[in-house]
Design a protein around this ligand. Sequence first.
Ligand code: NOJ
Length: 554
Amino acid sequence: MDTQKAHWSKNAAVYEIYPMSFKDSNGDGYGDLAGILEKIDHLNGSENSLGIDAVWICPFFKSPMRDWGYDVTDYTDINPMFGDMKTFEKLVEEFHARGIKIIIDYVGNHTSDQHEWFKESRSSRKNKKRDWYIWHDGITVNGERLPPNNWVSIFGGSVWEYDKHTDQYYLHTFLKEQPDLNWHNPEVREAMGQVIDFWVKKGVDGLRIDAFYNFIEDKLLRDDTINPTYANPHDGSYWTLKHNHSLATTANLGVVADFTKEALARHPNLLIVAEAYVSPQDMHAFHELIDNERFTVFNFTILGRQFKVSVYKPLIDEYLLGTPDNSDPTKRPGPKFLPNFTLGNHDMSRLVSQIGEAQARVAVFLQFMLPGLKFIYYGDEIGMTDTHIPEENIRDWAARLIFKQQKSRDPERTPMQWDDSEYAGFSSHKPWLPINDNYKTVNVAHNDRDPKSMLSLYKSLIRFYHGHDFLHSSQYVPRDSVSENVFSFELININTPGKRFIVYANFGDTIERELLPEDASSPTIIFCTSDRTSTHGLPKYLELLPYEGYVLEI
Ligand code: NOJ
């Protein structure tokens, strides 16, 4: 690692595009691939671009769109509402010409119930694809036929759907229209391996594996344990259980871990990012199992948390320092695994809506100062907020089914706000989800004119990040701070011994003063989130205004 050129992913800012909401090129109210191409200048390659290194495009494959593309009927064909294969090929060519890597979604846990594989599987118990999905007779209790166990679907109700035609139940972790594939079946793995090869051949650089820890369940189908801390134990929701048997662990991930390792070996430039909502400890267990610098588990730990140093710091420390090999900063440039920091996605309330705009600026600053991949959700770069959508207009089918238990994901999926024209420059037609009322000022064009805007902050952070080697190959070393509102750490760069970089971030709305290291004779500010010109107290101490972030070279 130290002597070889690092893989691109080690230094990448990745921009997530929810294709239905990014840009509509043909005026049908839904975004599409040609729309993404139209907006390439926003991403990279022109002077005024954001400067991101890669995009992750959410599903655009053939699908009945029950879960907006996370229910695939053909993994190697394009849903006509998004365009066609020629457009995708053009996108790959143009993005690559500007140095933008492409990550696509890999929805391997389940297919659509309209997929030919499932249609065959469901047609008869003797069909050769019967075992491609998970079928079971169920159990009989006091003469009553019941599902095999108590597992609850993430989208509510039992994971088991009774299918009259062959008189058995099939497993679906998500909607009943999303039956789970049986990853224990080598034929399934073979077919799904071919899907990866197909897209890599098309030029795809990375995969975001959807629902990674749902791929494998307990073979004995043992009941999940009741979650004693959940407040509404009888509401039938996902949270009533602890999922100690319905979710994969490192102990039983076996064939899927091998499959992942094989894909990485077959494709030496491929990056794999796995979706799993797990603790830092469990992420490390996955990283140890699939030990590869091109594999990482999405790090959602700070997402949705209270914006406090006392909440963020232990999570970040545990994430970056929790692997056995990280105790000696001189040993290697950074953690043993490929870290990442994610502040938003299409399933979570938007960052600004969660913690506030001033706070979001600090969180984004930290994201760029901490080691690893950075995931940016489209629209967060202009400070978009959740859009209220009345219950009767909800388009997130899963939420319509279980609205009382799970919030709808529509609010964070509304169209990108490009300018202040009708429909915010997203489309010439009424969009599939409403535009947020704030679009007159929260839009790309407006942000662009304002040097203090969120977009300007993102651009300066990305440029700073690209321009400073220490942000790519440093060891994170936590520091104590005077104020409980200040999060501080040092970045020790093994490539430039003798140089010290210290990051300070004020999480609070009060002015704070931080002491500098005693040997800091001429500390220099090399980055600040604000355009403040007043004195900072240097070299004696560093004065931070509310929600300011600094990088000092000591
Ligand atoms: C996670 C995806 O991010 C989400 O949008 C989807 O509904 C589920 N997986 C099921 O594929």
